[in-house]
Every structure is written in C-alpha cells, then in structure tokens.
Design a protein around this ligand. Structure first.
Ligand code: IPM
Ligand code: MN
Length: 354
C-alpha cells in the first residue's frame, strides 16, 4: 500500500487536542482510499523552549525535509515573549523550507453562522494566495539609537522579481486548475507603495497573456477589506503579498464563520509543505475538550489534496460540511454542543462513509 511520512508538530495550547482529531479523521479515510500515513512527532513549541531555551534544534530543518508533509497544530505560549516562537519556529519553518505560498481557502460551510447579512455559502467561496517568503516578513531593517528620543526603526518590504513571479505563476495555475470562476485578483496598494506593487503589477500583467482563459482584476488592499464584507461573491482567487495576505485572511476567516474552521497550507510546490489550522494556540481552552477541531481536520484534508489524494480529501470536506450543517450548534469553542473529541469522532465516521 502507498504510504506517506508525515511530520507532526502538535505544538502549544490546544494544538495537540485538535491535531489528535485531525489524525483521527485522516486515519478514517486513508485505508479506504488505498494509502497509509506514518506519523513522526516533534515537540517543537513553547514548552520545549521554556525547558531548553531552544526554538528549533540544530538539524530540525534537514530532518523535516525528509518527510512528505508536515501537520502543525499551533505555536504560541502565554509565558513566552511575543515574537520568539513566531519567528523562531513558525516563520523559520516557512522560510527555511522555502514554503513560498500560503494558501488560505475562505469558504462558508452550510449551517455556519455568517456575520454578514444576507450572505450564504453561495456567496463566500474564494481562496487567498499569500506570498509567504518575502515582503515585510523578510526581517530586513533595523533600529538606531534605540530607547533614545532619536530612535529610528526601519522595516523594509522585500519584493524580488523571482519571489513575486513564482507566487503569481502559482496563482494563475491554481486559478486555472480550480476552474470555478477563472478569475484572479491581484491585491496590492499601487497608489502608495509605488515601488513594491509596481513590480507586482508589471509581473502580473506580463504573465496574464499566458492564461487567456483567466479573467484578471486588481483591488487595493483597503478596498478589498470593504468588498469582503459587502460583495464577497466577487472573488474567486486573490493573490497578494505576505503582510496584506496575513491581514485579509483573518478577515476572511471571520466571514467564513471564525477561526474554528479556518485552515491553511504553507506550500513549497517543489519541497515539503506544512498544513495548519490558522487560529493559534488558544491557551485558555487548553485541556478542556471544548476547542473546535474542524480547522485542523480541514487542514488535514488540504494536506491530502496536496499529496494527490483527492478522493480522501473530498471525503473529509464533505464530512466537515455535514457536521456544520447538521451536528454542531456553533463553530465557537465551548458552544459547539459537542466536545472536541465528539466532533472528531463524528467527522471521522462521516468521512469514512463517503
Ligand atoms: C499567521 C500568523 C503568523 C503570521 C504569526 C503567528 C507569525 O498570524 O499564520 O497568519 O503573521 O504569518
Ligand atoms: Mn495571521
């Protein structure tokens, strides 16, 4: 039987709880689809950092490169100063594994309460492709005269032609393969960030003729936040830089019902990719069996899709939709009407029956 080696990083807070449910569902669909998943656990996260002072140990990246994919719970610990774990683990993994695409579907599942008036599942189904290796996240810049009245802080956005182009090409290919509305929107700020988004816009315009079947559009980032709320049905696929992608996908998560359902993939199409629920470690719910595992379950589905196991991936999404439509009261932690493990059990059962 075909098998895949999966590196599992359960991480902090509720990460281990949701990852356990994710694995439960993955195992419920794999056999029937003719493959097997072998898991290897890694204890990277806040607990390990507090114990050892280490974020990612030496050799971790080389070790992870040997796997077919990485399944990540959440990184973030209330006792660790902000920035250390984010930069030392999550961003380090994204950068060192060159996961240059952050793929974030925004889809309103049936039965889910949408905060937007008069909008339903037929209006909210798009994908944000966030550049994941450059921009303001590259860490370029520095401070001068720190702590004095003359302090200077510079944080530069790095946009390379190669980095922008590989992201845009991925986005065009993705839009074509998705074949929904065949529409790709570039999200930027060409009216103010006239260096960075001039590069993005020129590269976008140069690639577009290679995809005559794809309709192209452009939206400024501030305007897109308005349209996500007013006319989310306008969007099919959106491509944007790292910082704007970070911001608009949190808004995206809210219009699809909240962090309880939002999943994402950090992709290196030529290397190892990593899949995660995007909601964070939610430490206040740790150990209570109340957190919603559907985001992690859906991230597992995205991982299977990425591995080419389309049938099994669809089974997971179908089951998750049935759960939201018929079985849980709310996506919010503690208000689902079921426990974390019950949602996992139910989704696994439904998925294996698809
Ligand atoms: C995300 C998160 C991260 C980011 C943080 C935790 C570094 O917000 O995955 O969107 O900014 O990319
Ligand atoms: Mn974010």
């Amino acid at each position: 039987m075909k098998s895949y080696n999966i590196a599992v990083i359960p991480g902090d807070g509720t990460g281990p709880e949701v990852i356990a449910e994710g694995i439960k569902v993955l195992d419920a669909v794999s056999g029937k689809s003719g493959f097997k998943l072998n898991y290897t656990n890694f204890d990277f996260g806040g607990e390990r950092y507090l114990r050892t002072g280490e974020t990612l140990p030496a050799g971790a990246i080389e070790e992870l490169k040997k796997f077919d994919a990485i399944f990540l719970g959440a990184i973030g610990h209330p006792d660790v100063k902000p920035g250390i774990l984010e930069k030392g683990i999550l961003l380090e993994l994204r950068f060192k594994l060159d996961q240059y695409i952050n793929l974030r579907p925004v889809k309103l599942y049936p039965g889910v309460d949408c905060p937007l008036k008069d909008k339903g599942p037929e209006h909210i189904d798009f994908v944000v492709i966030r550049e994941n290796s450059e921009g303001l996240y590259a860490g370029a810049g520095g401070t001068l005269k720190k702590g004095t009245p003359d302090e200077v802080a510079i944080q530069e956005s790095i946009n390379t032609r190669k980095g922008v182009e590989r992201c845009l090409r991925y986005a065009f290919e993705f839009t074509k393969k998705r074949n929904r509305h065949n529409k790709l929107t570039l999200c930027g700020k060409t009216n103010v960030l006239t260096f960075a988004f001039d590069l993005w816009q020129r590269a976008f315009n140069e690639i577009a003729p290679e995809y005559p079947s794809i309709k192209t559009g452009y939206a400024h980032v501030d305007a897109i936040t308005m349209w996500f709320v007013k006319n989310p049905e306008w969007f099919d696929v959106i491509v944007t830089d790292n910082m704007f992608g970070d911001i608009i996908t949190d808004l995206g998560a809210m219009i699809q019902g909240g962090m309880g359902i939002a999943a994402g993939g950090n992709l290196n199409p030529e290397g190892v990719s990593m899949f995660e629920p995007i909601g964070g470690s939610a430490p206040k719910y740790k150990g209570q069996n109340v957190i919603n595992p559907l985001a992690a379950i859906c991230a597992g589905g995205m991982m299977l899709e990425h591995l080419g196991e389309t049938r099994a991936a669809r089974a997971i999404e179908t089951a998750a939709m049935e759960v939201t439509a018929k079985h849980i009261k709310s996506l919010a932690a503690g208000r689902m009407g079921l426990t974390t493990t019950q949602v996992g059990d139910l989704t696994a059962k439904l998925a294996s029956a698809v």
